[in-house]
Design a protein around this ligand. Structure first.
Ligand code: NAD
Length: 501
């Protein structure tokens, strides 16, 4: 039996739990449905997987109240015990990693070779933050001449977590694990285009011993359920991953209740390849960072800036590799690019073919949509683009790379920083001084030198400009999910200014 067939067989067993049913919300440990439903369809063949409850403001209200009621007990649970529960969640994710990867692949169109890793990364996120749970409240002592200052941290309260459809399982764990480790309770609103693994995740967490109401999940549309979550007075903070324009909307919606927000938003990340770079490694990394995960990846290297001396050779090598990328069924282990998430997104990605032509770029590899029922698209490579073209400025969020030429460092920096976004940057050079200077000049939250994106969980993750507000990772996550208090204790009888004497 082929590996594809074996994957399909196992998937069909796992899909039985969803078929013919309405995927419910999970509020206070109970399944809850709504009057309205929406459909979840597979990008592979446009088939309906199941109906999904479409959450209303009333559902969000019930979930927020459950999270509010569960907060004191979870907050006061010793860190050692929270650590144990979160490790149990990680163990249960590992035990069901195959199911999670198969279902995620079917629901999102992402190739199984990447989803298997993403499921395990979800477990790693829980494990990492579980290990930090005991120390999360530790503060600092900051002595001043007359006082000993002691800072303490306490969890902020119930938080809202709103996630997008790209790698939805992994991204949900990346937000929810630190919130729980800090002692917050959670209301999660997953993306409407990929709701399945959020259900698996909360089921796993409850089975692993998470008390009722600590984590609640409401499906639904952003404009209704998402909006209600950002406006709810019991929700103290909103961690959001998604488009920059949605981030603006959330800020407006949350302003009335002075919501604390954490945003991981869009990107138009440059890979800058200097003449002296290791050509083959830079090529591998540039291809990997834009064409893996269907290019539906916030840190994708969607612009490649190549120095003039190697430009023609590098673009020719890119062309050759892009032609060889394997587009196919996402459950086939050989597949490198699966179908995009939704017909609307497919239309957006392919619309840039006309835009690029009008702007005068060269379409080096033309990626048309496939002709099956699935939302397949072939990879695209635009070459000889210039800084102001839309393909060089806008987040396309598909398997589409824009190549541009530069002469020197100053020009590369000017092009790299000319976009609205500032999430990540990738620099390829063997000159360490240039690497450091250039990285300092790049306006982005994360820079990798001579490397693709490799995450180390204690390091800060996040972007500048339209790419986000705040950082995740290590203690940065806890700073968001917790309040810091300073207690100043007088060390003796310092002089107090006397009034009225
Ligand atoms: P999106 O902004 O359309 O939706 C994200 C989530 O927000 C969904 O759950 C949606 O229902 C909800 N939402 C929509 N409108 C809302 C509103 N008014 N109030 C509250 N919630 C609302 O994003 P998407 O299309 O699902 O995801 C793709 C985007 O996410 C890309 O721009 C990508 O770059 C970005 N992203 C960023 C990172 C990062 O770490 N910076 C990571 C992954 C994805």
């Amino acid at each position: 039996m082929s590996e594809l067939q074996s994957n399909l067989d196992r998937l069909s067993g796992h899909l039985k739990q969803f078929e013919g049913k309405v995927l419910p919300h999970r509020i206070n440990g109970e399944d809850v449905t709504s009057k309205n439903t929406m459909q979840s369809r597979s990008p592979v063949d446009d088939s309906v997987i199941c109906d999904v409850a479409e959450g209303s403001a009333a559902d969000i209200d019930a979930a927020a109240k459950a999270a509010h009621a569960a907060f004191p007990e979870w907050r006061d649970m010793p860190g050692k015990q929270r650590k144990k529960v979160l490790h149990a969640v990680a163990d249960a994710i590992v035990a069901r990693a195959d199911e999670i990867a198969l279902v995620e692949s079917w629901d999102t169109g992402q190739a199984i070779r990447f989803m298997s890793k993403a499921a395990l990364r979800g477990a790693a996120n829980f494990r990492y933050f579980a290990d930090q749970a005991e120390a999360a409240r530790d503060g600092q002592t900051l002595p001043s001449p007359d006082h000993m200052n002691i800072t303490t941290r306490t969890p902020i309260g119930p938080v809202g977590v709103i996630t997008p459809w790209n790698t939805p399982f992994m991204l949900s764990t990346w937000k929810i694990a630190p919130a729980l480790a800090a002692g917050c309770t959670v209301v999660h609103k997953p993306a409407e285009w990929s709701p399945l693994t959020a259900r698996l995740l909360i089921e796993i967490a409850e089975e692993a011993g998470l008390p009722k109401g600590v984590w609640n999940m409401v499906n639904g549309l952003g404009e209704e359920a998402g909006k209600a979550l950002t406006e709810h007075p019991m929700i103290k903070a909103v961690a959001f991953v998604g488009e920059s324009s949605t981030g603006s909307a959330i800020m407006r919606q949350g302003s009335e209740t002075l919501k604390r927000v954490h945003f991981e938003l869009g990107g138009k990340n440059p890979v800058v390849v200097f003449d002296d770079a290791n050509f083959d490694r830079a090529l591998d990394a540039a291809i990997f960072m834009i064409y893996s995960l269907n290019g539906e990846r916030c840190t994708s290297s969607s612009r490649v800036l190549i120095q003039a001396g190697i430009y023609d050779r590098f673009v020719a090598a890119l062309e050759d590799r892009v032609h060889k990328l394997r587009v196919g069924h996402p459950l086939d282990p050989a597949t490198e690019i699966g179908p995009l998430i939704h017909p609307r997104h497919l239309a957006k990605v392919t619309s840039y073919l006309d835009i690029a032509k009008e702007d005068g770029a060269r379409i080096a590899v033309r990626g048309e949509a496939g002709d099956s029922d699935g939302y397949f698209v072939n990879p695209t490579l635009y070459a000889d683009a210039t800084q102001t073209m839309r393909i060089a400025q806008e987040e396309i969020f598909g398997p589409v790379l824009t190549a541009m030429k530069f002469e020197d460092e100053a020009e590369a920096l000017e092009i790299a920083n000319s976009v609205a976004y500032g999430l990540a940057g990738y620099v390829w050079t063997n000159d360490v001084t240039r690497a450091l200077n250039f990285s300092e000049g790049l306006d982005a939250g994360m820079i990798w030198v001579n490397s693709e994106n490799v995450r180390h969980l204690p390091t800060p993750f996040g972007g500048t400009k339209a790419s986000g507000i705040g950082r995740d990772g290590g203690d940065w996550s806890f700073d968001f999910y917790m309040e810091t208090k300073n207690i100043a204790i007088a060390l003796g009888e310092h002089k107090i200014t006397k009034l009225g004497v």
